[in-house]
Design a protein around this ligand. Structure first.
Ligand SMILES: NC(=O)c1ccc[n+]([C@@H]2O[C@H](COP(=O)([O-])OP(=O)(O)OC[C@H]3O[C@@H](n4cnc5c(N)ncnc54)[C@H](OP(=O)(O)O)[C@@H]3O)[C@@H](O)[C@H]2O)c1
Length: 293
């Protein structure tokens, strides 16, 4: 049995990791109520009592826009909290898998970012996550696995798919930005890839994982509408208009193109992620089945 300690267990990815946990893993998932990762002494005690082989850190401050006003909070969780987890891991000899983001990149490059490409976050959330990566890497002397992902969604929590489904039920017309490009990624598929990472004990350093393909938020919204109508999750068609970012200003700047290159990780894991639209269809199918239960 592999003993695994999971933080952020009630978040999108945490829930999917629990749903997909393999039978040979004994998983202890903790929510923020049970363990605030900002409290270094408590983290050390709780992790020490569990004596895990692996820690998966999914706990994060993920409110990208609010982080511009609450940078202290974002850094407390994403940098210092991540460091507390890494220290606790080193203390009890556990391997640390730390989840990070495409938002560590500036998003100005024309090609997908590789794990060793130069970072340059354009907002405070990205800066706090980058600082967390550096601290986890230093504390574990590079023995950790830092897995960056992007544009996560799942049936649970606040994400683009759930927001769009709600708005599409309420409105006949939506405007969605078409000049930010990334890769929508179903948290369920990412969770399965993480469990594969767990089995490869010498996998360390920085890796990237998303579903395959690229999309703008506009493309993503159109796909949600089409798949939603096909599955009868939506009762009427909706007009979706592409708009430039400058017509939809947000407190935090976003990278224009934050596609990340997953080829190294695909090779190491021997896995091929599905195209994002295939994963979206599967997620919406499950969404429908569960809401009918
Ligand atoms: N969402 C995305 O689009 C996206 C994209 C790229 C990378 N990522 C990264 O992927 C990872 C998982 O993201 P997600 O989408 O699952 O995020 P999420 O749904 O926001 O979940 C984050 C979890 O962390 C918990 N948390 C917040 N502050 C904490 C603290 N001080 N101590 C302990 N737990 C705390 C939250 O609890 P509460 O709910 O109680 O606050 C929540 O359960 C994160 O590292 C994130 O940066 C996400």
């Amino acid at each position: 049995m592999i003993k695994c300690f999971l933080t952020g267990a009630t978040g999108q990815l945490g829930v999917e990791l629990q749903h997909t946990c393999p039978p040979d893993v004994e998983l202890k998932g903790v929510s923020r109520d049970a363990l605030d990762i900002c409290q270094d002494q408590v983290v050390s005690e709780v992790v020490g009592r569990c004596r895990p082989d692996i820690i998966i850190n999914c706990a994060a401050y993920t409110a990208v826009d609010r982080a511009e006003q609450e940078s202290e909070h974002a850094f407390a969780v994403n940098a210092r909290g991540a460091a507390n987890i890494a220290k606790a891991g080193v203390k009890c000899g556990a391997r640390v898998i730390h989840i990070s983001t495409d938002f560590v990149f500036a998003g100005t490059g024309p090609v997908p970012y590789r794990p060793d490409d130069a970072t340059g976050p354009v907002n405070l959330y990205g800066a706090s996550k980058l600082e967390g990566e550096k601290r986890v890497f230093d504390i574990t002397r590079g023995s950790c696995l830092i897995l960056r992902t992007a544009w996560l969604y799942s049936r649970h929590g606040r994400n683009f798919v759930n927001t769009m489904l709600r708005l599409m039920k309420e409105r006949d017309l939506l405007r969605v930005v078409d000049d930010q490009i990334g890769t929508p990624t179903w948290a369920n598929g990412l969770a399965r890839a993480i469990w594969k990472c767990v089995t490869i004990s010498d996998m360390h350093g920085i890796h990237h994982w998303t579903d395959a393909g690229v999309a703008s938020w506009y493309d993503f919204a159109v796909a949600i509408a089409e798949e939603g109508i096909a599955l009868k999750l939506l009762g009427h068609s909706i007009t979706i208009l592409p708009v430039p970012t400058k017509e939809y200003p947000t407190p935090a700047r976003r990278p224009a193109c934050s596609v990340i290159d997953t080829s190294l990780t695909r090779r190491v894991l021997g896995l091929t992620p599905p195209h994002w639209r295939v994963a979206l269809r599967q997620m919406l199918q499950e969404y429908k089945e569960r809401s009918n239960e």
